[in-house]
Design a protein around this ligand. Sequence first.
Ligand SMILES: *[C@@H]1O[C@H](CO)[C@@H](O)[C@H](O)[C@H]1NC(C)=O
Ligand SMILES: *[C@@H]1O[C@H](CO)[C@@H](O)[C@H](O)[C@H]1NC(C)=O
Ligand SMILES: *[C@@H]1O[C@H](CO)[C@@H](O)[C@H](O)[C@H]1NC(C)=O
Length: 354
Amino acid sequence: MMVARVCLFSFVSLIVLAAIDGGKRARPPRNNDALSFCSWLKDNQQKKCEAQPLLGLSARDGVELALKECGNNFKDRRWNCSGVTIADVFQRQRMLKADVRESSYLHAIAAAGVTFQITKGCSQGNWDDCGCDPKPSGRGRKEGEPSWEWGGCSENYRYGYEYSTKFMDPSKSAEKTLSNYLIRHNNEAGRRVIKDNMDKSCKCHGVSGSCTVKVCWRTMPKMEKVASLLRKKFDNAVKVKLNKNKTKLTRTYRGRRGRKRNTNSKRPPSSSLVYAGSSPDFCRADKKYGVLGTVGRTCNKSSIGTDGCRMLCCGRGYNTVNRVKDVKCNCAFIWCCQVSCDICKEEWIEHTCK
Ligand SMILES: *[C@@H]1O[C@H](CO)[C@@H](O)[C@H](O)[C@H]1NC(C)=O
Ligand SMILES: *[C@@H]1O[C@H](CO)[C@@H](O)[C@H](O)[C@H]1NC(C)=O
Ligand SMILES: *[C@@H]1O[C@H](CO)[C@@H](O)[C@H](O)[C@H]1NC(C)=O
């Protein structure tokens, strides 16, 4: 067995990481980056972007964050969100042009991501037009609760919410297509997840850990939470169609036995994700929608779920590969201040779809 001493490794890498991170934070987003991003958008969106380039760039960051969380939420499914680009989102193309559940999720999480990121900018004082929320909603303390006061910077989602609506939704004058109705509805459902899940963080001030004064402020839910709440909405998405007059979306009849056909004109709940078409099986690559297919995907042989080889590989079967990886082991702390580890081999068997 190969044994190596990895001294000082953690300590040195910590310093390096801190330096990189510090450098990043110190550099504000530059106008040039922003303008080149704007120039690449179309029509109305481009105009809005050019009017406030740094906000546009922040919207892009929000979408990037949203796509990352989408990947985490769908990693055990045939469609795992990879292959979707930021350009797809802003130009409403490929998967974002389809009218299936996956498209709904993408629109919703992107709109939420923009709301989130712009709001963060408000809290950090990056934009002229917004800041912290001086009057957080959900007044005061409940009876019996230890006393606390609003203080610090309460996150104000309203500006980000408005911005996301203006920037991400098809304009009012846009054609009355099914797709435009779906996008507006799902974008709104995404933004609502932030609005409806505003939370509270608190901090105690006082002598030696006592809580003489407790100060609380409003915080948005983390994008990770937003993504998983939307994942639940994805599983319960409502199938809709556009009514004859093209004035609203209505639920399509679901055909439950013993029920009257009276649900036809019913609007879907505004917090639901809505879709109109059936999803493809996502087994094979499809350029038109930017679908990558499942060839080469790692699957779990013992699982009967969506991550199992049976489901994931679409019946094509799988290959078995022996894998080896070097990992740190037997780590010990040496006074002061070093961590010393051995390098061990870790072996496992991996299955990948044919
Ligand atoms: C469609 O619009 C017409 C006129 O605006 C109205 O009379 C009719 O009731 C509408 N039909 C539906 C299904 O909404
Ligand atoms: C998602 O799927 C693609 C191909 O379909 C694959 O390359 C990628 O590694 C997958 N991502 C995860 C996190 O499993
Ligand atoms: C594979 O699936 C089984 C059964 O669902 C589960 O217990 C196991 O943790 C999974 N393994 C991995 C690596 O996800």
